[in-house]
Design a protein around this ligand. Sequence first.
Ligand code: FES
Length: 150
Amino acid sequence: MTENKTSRRGFLGVFLGGGALATLGSILYPVARYITPPALSEAKLSQLKLDFARADIEGEPVKAKYFKYGRELGIIFITDAGEMKALTAICTHLDCTVQHRPDLGIIWCSCHNGRYDYNGQNISGPPPRPLTQFVINEIDGTIFISREDA
Ligand code: FES
């Protein structure tokens, strides 16, 4: 009788312990998955077709548009000379988004007054590196963006 009680107690202990472990696991596993980011693999983008045309960035007051190239943000604009240029739109200093300043003839970062020329070269302020240029192909009014290294 005592042996039977002990084995029943043992069974209950194992059963409750297993349940507690399963509950703890069901709580900790999603937390661990949330904390540990999955390894993201991104398909290499060879070319991006923009959903707007040159006319959409030529007119006043819009002189630039932003686009997503994979996970990168880019900016496309028309220079004072009428040339279309596309650069990465993230400042190389502290990752603020740059903007086209046609009044100054530069690409400008408002965070710390970083300045780039129209080729993306950092010309004044704290940005340590130039912005990367995209290659633009305009075919029948459709704009295609690509990377030189792609
Ligand atoms: S983040 Fe652009 S100048 Fe500092």
